[in-house]
Ligand binder design. Structure first.
Ligand code: NCD
Length: 306
């Protein structure tokens, strides 16, 4: 095992061989039955899951992953049962959880700079479970795993992100990981959702979904991240649905050997129609399954890092 960073705050914390090791370990975990995974060495480890923003997949999947490797998850939300409801700040809440000295911390928060500073200064293993519109590294790893499993390789794939790419942490982490592993990444959206950050400048952009789908071997739908839009955003939802919602008709333009993915949650009728789930090219539920194995692998590396 190569020296693994003690924290996974950004997918860019990983070198290519470290990312590959996680994908390999996740594959080994997926191939073993749950009972066959040696876990005694983590029996005393407590992993705090501080999810201050809403989450189903990521939180539950980290929780199951902890159990599968034999560590003990403690889940903590920013909801009505927490001190955030009494007015405490996110960064003070995280400091408080850190002061209890769990063996590792998984966080989801709004990406504010004060909490970011607290996490950067903390001296224990930390995994980012999504921070504002910035990064979502374990989602990128599970997406790469799913592409490799379904299509046999990541190298050479053409991965098209469709929808609100500008506000998507999933697309950003994927851009870095998939490019590092030899895939090409492109975006497809109306102009308001076209990614503006420098890192996307060398990627192709399609305004027309048909052209994008003809180019792609993998199509990744994205939810419209309304919670991150400016108050005065003038999204024309009807027009957006007409041009960009992924449905079986539009998918006629994707190769029969292509792959359809979405990080979830998807809003039925808005970013995706329900019938897409029964398309044999669709791997949306496999992504969720694979998320557990990826998080088992990440936690294993993180808990063993020195
Ligand atoms: C995404 C997230 O929270 O970043 N979902 C996930 O973790 N699987 C995407 C989203 O919220 O749209």
């Amino acid at each position: 095992m190569s020296a693994y960073p003690k924290r996974l705050l950004s997918i860019q914390d990983l070198k290519v061989n470290q990312a590959q090791e996680i994908l390999e370990l996740a594959k080994t975990y997926k191939a073993s039955s749950a009972n066959a995974i040696p876990n005694a060495r983590f029996a005393s480890k407590v992993v705090a899951l501080a999810f201050l923003e809403s989450s189903t997949r990521t939180r539950v999947s980290f929780e199951i992953a902890c159990h599968r490797i034999g560590a003990k998850p403690i889940h903590f939300s920013g909801g009505s049962e927490s001190s955030i409801a009494k007015g405490e700040s996110a960064h003070e809440t995280i400091e408080t959880v850190l002061a209890m000295r769990p063996d590792a911390l998984v966080t989801r928060y709004g990406g504010d700079s004060q909490t970011e500073r607290v996490l950067k200064n903390a001296n224990l293993p930390i995994v980012n479970g999504g921070d504002g519109r910035n990064e979502h590294p374990t989602q990128a790893l599970l997406d790469a795993f799913t592409i490799n499993e379904r299509l046999g390789s990541i190298e050479g794939q053409k991965v098209l992100f469709v929808g609100d790419v500008e506000h998507s942490r999933v697309a950003r982490s994927n851009l870095h990981l998939l490019t590092m592993l030899g895939a090409k990444v492109a975006s497809c959206s109306p102009n308001d959702f076209k990614p503006t950050a420098q890192e996307w400048k060398s990627c192709e952009h399609f305004e027309n979904l048909r052209d994008g789908l003809k180019w792609a071997s993998v199509c990744v739908g994205l939810r419209i991240q309304k919670e991150r839009h400016e108050k005065n955003s003038r999204l024309n939802l009807e027009e957006y649905i007409k041009l960009y919602r992924i449905d079986h008709k539009k998918l006629l333009d994707l190769s029969s050997k292509g792959l359809i993915m979405h990080p979830g949650p998807f809003v039925p009728g808005e970013d995706l129609t329900d019938d897409v789930l029964s398309d044999p090219r669709c791997a949306i539920h496999e992504q969720v399954t694979n998320g557990v194995f990826i998080r088992m692998a990440v936690l294993t590396h993180i808990l063993e890092a020195r």
